[in-house]
Write a protein that binds this ligand. Structure first.
Ligand code: PMP
Length: 320
């Protein structure tokens, strides 16, 4: 079977069903249920380089969200919370990363070919690779130009937006392809009623007259872990935060917009549909929250909310 090209800086090992296997050996059969029906749930987690060694951001919360996604998708996991937690930490250690992106995934494997998974095993893997700024380093500094997608988020009662299910990203891919084809970096998706939901892989925040606003969980969004963290940082700074419906025209009215996400971190939005957001450059509240976020995850200031799990240096060299 031809081996796909490696990501830019891939790990040597992938944790696959309980063991570390060489990157090339972590393969699935073409008749895997997941390939046909999108039956996976997954996570995206970042490990940062800090003066105290590699540290994983909010690992426990990510593992718990993976378990929640699996529960809703009715996938019985052969591994528990602690085993998954350790698998993530060991993926950093075993591959000798200082910083990396971690991708745990739970999926239905080969077995019955019908939609009903009868005898399809549940597989679990954790992959790691070096992933810089998702929307580009310049994006973090200058902001991104985005469009409101012609694609909508799935309405309530269809695909659950609160879980990270593989199949849901088929729609995100359509929106991302549309945006990039038209020269934008990212798409903003509206929910079925036309209210703002989120980006294809990011939550959205807006600032109006000093108040930070973000759509609430009822608007077909993922309950982002970075979202929750940034809301906490805003409160730390005495900034009022409110979860409330946002409309498309409010995006044109607010003074600041930014995305949050594990991959995108805190990325300012400088224009929507070709209209400048505020002065067309990252605003003061975005800057403040962004700086605080990066100072914490990079270990430049105290980890006051205990968001980081250090990967101890002594065990990083664990032999095979
Ligand atoms: N929304 C969607 C659709 C996502 O895929 C992500 C990335 N996980 C987010 C929001 C941001 O979530 P988090 O901050 O937990 O990465």
């Amino acid at each position: 079977m031809p081996i796909p090209p490696p990501p830019p800086s891939r790990a040597e090992y992938i944790w696959f069903d309980g063991d570390f296997v060489p990157w090339e050996a972590a393969q699935v059969h073409v008749l895997s249920h997941v390939l046909h029906y999108g039956s996976s749930v997954f996570e995206g987690i970042r490990c940062y380089r800090t003066p105290g060694g590699p540290a994983v951001f909010r690992l426990r919360e990510h593992v718990l969200r993976l378990l929640f996604s699996a529960k809703v998708a009715r996938m019985d996991l052969p591994f528990g919370e602690d085993a998954l937690f350790d698998a993530c930490l060991n993926s950093v250690r075993r591959n000798g990363f200082e910083s990396c992106y971690l991708r745990p995934i739970v999926f239905r494997g080969a077995g019955s070919m019908g939609v009903l998974p009868v005898d399809n095993p549940i597989h679990v893997a954790v992959a790691a690779w070096d992933w810089g700024a998702y929307l580009g380093k310049e994006a973090i500094e200058q902001g991104v130009d985005v469009m409101v997608s012609s694609w909508r988020k799935m309405p309530p009662g269809t695909l659950p937006a609160l879980i990270k299910m593989g199949g849901a990203y088929a729609m995100a891919t359509l929106a991302k392809l549309e945006a990039t084809r038209l020269g934008f970096s990212e798409a903003i998706l509206l929910d079925f009623e036309g209210r703002v939901a989120e980006g294809t892989g990011e939550n959205l925040f807006a600032v109006l007259d000093g108040k930070l606003m973000t759509p609430n969980l009822g608007h077909s969004i993922l309950g982002g872990i970075t979202r929750r963290s940034v809301m906490q940082l805003a409160r730390d700074h005495g900034i009022e935060v409110s979860e409330e419906p946002l409309t498309r025209d409010m995006l044109y009215m607010v003074q600041e917009i930014f995305f949050t996400g594990t991959a995108a971190e805190v990325t300012p939005v400088r224009s929507v549909d070709g209209l400048a957001v505020g002065k067309g450059k990252p605003g003061p509240i975005t800057r403040k929250l962004q700086a605080d976020f990066f100072d914490i995850v990079n270990g430049r200031v105290a980890d006051r909310h205990e968001w980081l799990t250090c990967v101890p240096a002594a065990t990083r060299a664990t032999p095979a």
